[in-house]
Design a protein around this ligand. Structure first.
Ligand code: FES
Ligand SMILES: [Fe+2]
Length: 404
């Protein structure tokens, strides 16, 4: 992160801690209609215009270590296979055979020399080209060159692999905008994926994203862990273009250094600010990247239906070279379970109240404005004019979004 930006964040952390009222320039955050969390028409628009048109995190290059390594995802709404080719380029395809649309890969991940459909054994090369058709004598005028797997946009930033079903989407780095510079010190190409934790949450996916967009709740929901470590009064946020965000909260001065990893587990490219704070980045629509030195998770929030979501934590650690993974990474992964258990128990009780006729538009504070920023980006992805009546959020905070 740029030194001037680090200094500015430090100044704001201190100013936020010391202020006794809203900061100068703050405005009332417009209300968030509760119907956004349960309306079926709204959810259908999200499926078509958010999930099928956004850059979605799909995996990391360390999960595709060799030519022929593949992984699958269907989180955009369609089954997709991501595969490393013989030229080491990572590509994505719809996981649909050109014969009669069966999946060409059925495992969650693996390694293959060819992608061979298990229905009638049509077989594809790692670049998607059709290579073999059993009994091709039965097909009249078969043009195999026209029958490759259908490609899906796939781009990689610093080892993180994203897919996008929208052929017209802007390039990934354009989409990420200032995040690429602000997160560069994580040195993503030298990370290793180490673990996944999966939580089912009985709440709309946006209830879950909202919870990871603020630290107002940590004293009440995490009194015995996060609230001991972080001073939530310092919280300093940035609304970034395309719905992305940054949130920093200072480690309590008396606890500075207690969470630092040993030199063997440390990420040397991470600067001072990330060590003095918890700094996380929101990747619209659904990832909160809780970047840190040592091991850290990407919190990925996926809708299941309007009242349920999957919270999947993808854990990374700096490459430790040969030998066993440093034990402290596993310890950190385990410790985090307690925090997530508190969040999921809390959120699972919220959905029914949100759906109640007694629910009113949410009245949120200036320190929670990333929640509004996220909802506004959902509306912009849908097209504000198409948001069902009474469910849109206001555009009045648009002027607080950082320049691209
Ligand atoms: S559907 Fe794939 S070979 Fe028939
Ligand atoms: Fe929490």
């Amino acid at each position: 992160m740029d030194a001037a930006l680090e200094d500015e964040i430090r100044t704001q952390l201190a100013a936020n801690r010391d202020r006794t009222g809203p900061p100068q320039g703050a405005v009332e955050v417009p209300p968030i209609p509760s119907g956004r969390y349960c309306d079926q028409e709204f959810a259908a628009l999200e499926r078509d215009r958010v999930w099928r048109r956004s850059w979605l995190y799909a995996g990391h290059l360390s999960q595709l270590p060799e030519q022929g390594s593949y992984l699958t995802t269907d989180r955009s709404g369609s089954p997709i296979v991501v595969v490393r080719g013989e030229d080491d380029v990572v590509r994505a395809f719809y996981n649909s055979c050109r014969h009669r649309a069966a999946p060409v890969v059925r495992d969650e991940c693996g390694t293959a020399r060819r992608l061979t459909c298990q229905y009638h054994s049509w077989s594809y090369g790692l670049s998607g080209e059709l290579r073999a058709v059993p009994d091709s004598r039965n097909f009249v005028d078969l043009d195999e060159s026209e029958l490759g797997l259908v490609p899906v946009r796939c781009e990689v930033w610093e080892g993180f692999v994203f897919v996008n079903e929208d052929p017209a989407a802007v390039p990934l780095e354009t989409y990420l905008g200032p995040l690429t510079e602000q997160m560069r010190e994580v040195d993503g190409t030298r990370l290793r994926w180490i673990a996944r934790q999966h939580h089912h949450v009985a709440a709309n996916w946006k209830v879950v994203v909202d919870a990871f967009s603020e630290v107002y709740h940590i004293r009440t929901v995490h009194p015995d862990n996060a609230a001991l470590l972080y001073d939530d009064s310092t919280v300093t946020v940035a609304m970034l273009p395309n719905g992305h965000s940054r949130l920093s909260v200072a480690v309590r001065p008396e606890l500075l250094g207690v969470m630092d990893p040993s030199p063997a587990a440390d990420n040397p490219s991470v600067g001072a600010l990330w060590r003095e704070t918890s700094t996380s980045f929101g990747w619209f629509p659904n990832v909160v990247a809780s970047l840190d030195t040592g091991a850290f998770p990407l919190l990925c929030i996926w809708p299941v239906d309007t009242g349920h979501a999957d919270l999947v934590l993808e854990w990374f650690a700096p490459d430790w070279g040969d030998g066993e993974m440093p034990e402290e990474h596993a310890v950190r992964v385990t410790l985090f379970e307690t925090v997530m258990a508190q969040d999921t128990a809390n959120l699972g009780a919220i959905q029914r109240s949100v759906e109640s006729p007694g629910a009113r538009p949410f009245r949120i504070g200036w320190h929670e404005r990333l929640v509004h920023h996220f909802h506004r980006a959902v509306d912009l992805a849908i097209g504000p004019e198409d948001v069902p009546d009474g469910l849109a959020v206001s555009d009045t905070l648009d002027r607080f979004v950082d320049p691209a």
